[in-house]
Write a protein that binds this ligand. Structure first.
Ligand code: DHB
Ligand code: FE
Length: 280
């Protein structure tokens, strides 16, 4: 059966994509953020997962406000990255894994999660920036991908509890896939940030650090936060933390943080990454 060997998290803002394109890895402004990634890349290089299941949110490239699925799963042979208007260079298409995608979609629907299945799907910075951060910016990453977009853009967004349970079901789906594939699950976005309104630029470091600790030790506690309180504590766009919770739900082995980094602000967000090992 397929095996989830770890979980990866990172912030995904478009300005990171631009800094990667400009190779600003040593730039004093960006270095404290980019320095979080070499240990994670080394771990990926050592363990060589076959598949990345990427939990992110689409920001208007593939879905817009007129049609907004709560949970959408890609089931395409490949996923293209198109111009989102942020000035990020578009990347080569990412490889899909339609057989695994359909297995996950069937399992999730059987577990009463109603899924929008997408046989064509474009992916935005919420997907592409993490892929570059984890696998480098030179060429196609050496993994097949299953994109999972969860609505964090237009209310009502799914609650932290719902997303954690989504992750639990996702973990069972992957663990019942007849294959010896090694899988990593990504949760992207966050941490605290707010792009507009009176609180534009809002960052809440104590809340972020609490989330980074409890995502390892007490995810059920984080899953009890209401959507309202999450937006209050993390900012309107910091609600993307539900994507981390969905990732964490899928890890039900012996979970420990092998590496983490937090640096704020990065552009107008709290920039963070984590590598969670999921041992048998
Ligand atoms: C920004 C942050 C996001 O999370 C996002 O998805 C898009 C833009 C920003 O900081 O500009
Ligand atoms: Fe975002």
């Amino acid at each position: 059966m397929a095996r989830i060997i770890g979980g990866l998290t990172t912030s995904h803002i478009p300005s990171i994509g631009n800094a990667i394109a400009r190779k600003q890895f040593q730039d004093p402004y960006w270095k404290p953020f980019f320095d979080g990634f070499p240990p994670i890349r080394a771990w990926l290089d050592q363990h060589k997962p076959d598949v990345a299941v990427v939990i992110y949110n689409d920001h208007g490239l593939n879905f817009f406000l007129d049609k907004m699925p709560t949970f959408a799963i890609g089931a395409a042979p490949e996923y293209s990255h198109e111009d989102e208007g942020w000035g990020i260079p578009t990347l080569a298409p990412f490889k899909g894994d339609p057989a695994l995608s359909w297995h996950i979609i069937n399992s999730m629907v059987a577990e009463e999660f109603d899924i929008c299945s997408c046989q064509e799907m474009t992916v935005d910075h919420g997907f592409t920036v993490p892929m570059e951060l984890f696998w480098g910016d030179s060429g196609t990453p050496p993994v097949r991908t299953v994109p999972i977009s969860i609505n964090t853009v237009q209310h009502p967004i799914p609650t932290p509890a719902r997303c954690y349970k989504f992750g639990l079901a996702l973990g069972r789906a992957i663990a019942s896939y007849p294959s010896d594939a090694k899988v990593v699950v990504l949760g992207t976005g966050g941490l605290s940030h707010q792009l507009d309104g009176k609180r534009a630029g809002f960052i809440n470091k104590p809340f972020d650090l609490m989330c980074m600790e409890k995502i390892v030790s007490a995810p059920e506690e984080l899953a009890r936060i209401s959507t309202h309180d999450l937006v209050l504590q993390a900012g309107a766009q910091g609600a993307e933390f539900i994507l981390w919770l969905a990732m964490r739900g899928a890890l039900q082995g012996h979970v420990r943080a092998l590496h983490q980094n937090y640096h704020a602000p990065v552009s107008n967000t709290a920039g963070a990454c984590m590598l969670l090992e999921n041992a048998a």
